[in-house]
Design a protein around this ligand. Structure first.
Ligand code: GLC
Length: 419
């Protein structure tokens, strides 16, 4: 079986982290399968996929296609940039269809809105296409229209939560779709393993031995709630020994929809946080960073479609505070394996931080239950099983799980980074 994955960006956001886990799950279950990944830009994802043994081809987007999408559209400049981007996208689809002819996949699996469309346009008639949808579609008016228009070229969709499924079904009810929760590397994201010195990484003096460390881990997308987290920390009285950490950085190229570090630092100083907050910057080993915390905070201000950091924090056996909306609400049982707060409500978040900081037994109980639940829900075997079922269905049941294709040689002339 040869599967071709298409992903628009090369940087590691949540959808990319989950794609790496998905590839690892398939490889551990079906080592004979031939996996290919085409990326619209180079980046760490290419390296991570290659390290797993996936054949990676970087077929770069032109700048106009790179910016295409609802968040990139700003009137009136859109009037000029949209036709440009549409031409760029068509040219890219042509290049992609030539690549597909060379790779000759049995199934195409797209992981990101732009690739859902480009894959639909470029796909040969006989090759099934699976859209793996990680975000709410209805939030994006342009993408909603385009996906609806392309729906007949897609065999079925996988979504990352029931909440995203409901959103998709309300837009394209006729598209077969199923929820498959993401997997987490349970060995890497585990209660045991290396830790890091967050204070040194953040350039802070060592904290008092009894200090409780609470961290927000993730990309700097504005809706991830960094400001709410800072405001919650500012509500804590200085007598409580709690130090906050913002772990991550602005990884995307579009600046409007993400925080810049200087903005967050300015906000922290306006709130008078001083040494009570540290910014570590982007850390590759987020598992070690999470293990170095007592509490993992998730503070998204909008419904989170899934929330990789929640699942990862739980897998590390940490007490997690979840912004309780969307798919994130499906990942935990309040008071049992995590605590909740209302999205955007810094007071409730502060209250939950204080509650956990003062109650070690509660942190231990939640952390232990969280690890157990993560093992139950986010394992690779479970993901691979559910995915193979979808692949068997879209390929008409002819290629049942375990099917191994005859080896075929593939060479990509000029394909940058092909392996
Ligand atoms: C997207 C979603 C996020 C999810 C990730 C992986 O980034 O916004 O909630 O965790 O995909 O599915």
């Amino acid at each position: 079986m040869r599967i071709l994955y298409l992903n628009p960006c090369g940087v590691m956001g949540g959808a990319e982290t989950s794609l790496v886990e998905l590839l690892a799950s398939i490889i551990s279950t079906e080592p004979e399968w031939d996996l290919w990944l085409v990326l619209g830009e180079n980046g760490p994802l290419a390296e991570k996929a290659r390290a797993l043994g996936v054949n990676v081809v970087v077929e770069r987007f032109s700048p106009s296609v790179g910016k295409l999408g609802d968040s990139g559209i700003r009137f009136p400049s859109a009037l000029w940039s949209l036709p440009n981007a549409a031409v760029g996208a068509l040219l890219y689809a042509l290049r992609l269809s030539r690549l597909i002819e060379l790779i000759r996949p049995d199934i195409i699996h797209t992981n990101g809105f732009k690739m859902h469309l480009l894959g639909a346009w470029a796909r040969p008639r006989q090759v099934p296409l699976v859209w793996h949808i990680h975000d709410y579609v209805r939030k994006r008016p342009l993408m909603s229209r385009l996906l609806r228009l392309s729906r007949k070229r897609c065999s079925g969709a996988i979504v990352n939560s029931k909440s995203v499924l409901a959103d998709l079904k309300s837009l394209i009810p006729e598209l077969p779709a199923t929820t498959i929760y993401n997997a987490v590397d349970l060995e890497r994201f585990s209660p045991q393993g290396p830790t890091v010195d967050l204070d040194t990484l953040a350039g802070l003096a060592p904290a008092h031995a009894k200090t409780i460390r609470v961290g927000l881990v993730g990309t700097f997308a504005r809706w991830k709630g960094h400001e709410v987290f800072l405001e919650a920390l500012a509500l804590l009285t200085a007598e409580v020994a709690i130090r906050g950490y913002i772990i991550g950085g602005p990884v995307y190229r579009t600046s409007g929809s993400q925080w810049q570090l200087a903005e967050l630092q300015r906000r922290a100083s306006e709130l008078g946080l001083g040494g009570r907050i540290g910014f570590t910057g982007f850390l590759d080993d987020t598992a070690a960073a999470m293990r170095s915390l007592d509490i993992v905070a998730h503070a998204s201000t909008e419904p989170e479609p899934f929330g990789m950091v929640i699942a990862e924090g739980m897998a590390c056996g940490k007490a997690v505070i979840v912004s309780d909306a969307g798919g994130a609400s499906e990942l935990f049982r309040g008071q049992e394996d995590a605590l909740a707060h209302v999205p955007g409500d810094s007071q409730v978040l502060a209250w939950q931080i204080v509650r956990l900081a003062g109650d070690e037994a509660l942190r231990v109980r939640l952390g232990t239950n969280a690890r157990n639940r993560a093992v139950e829900l986010y394992g690779r075997t479970r993901l691979a099983k559910e995915l193979l079922r979808v692949y068997a269905q879209v390929s008409g049941g002819q290629k049942s799980p375990g099917f191994a294709a005859e080896p075929r040689s593939v060479s990509i002339p000029g394909g940058e980074g092909a392996k």
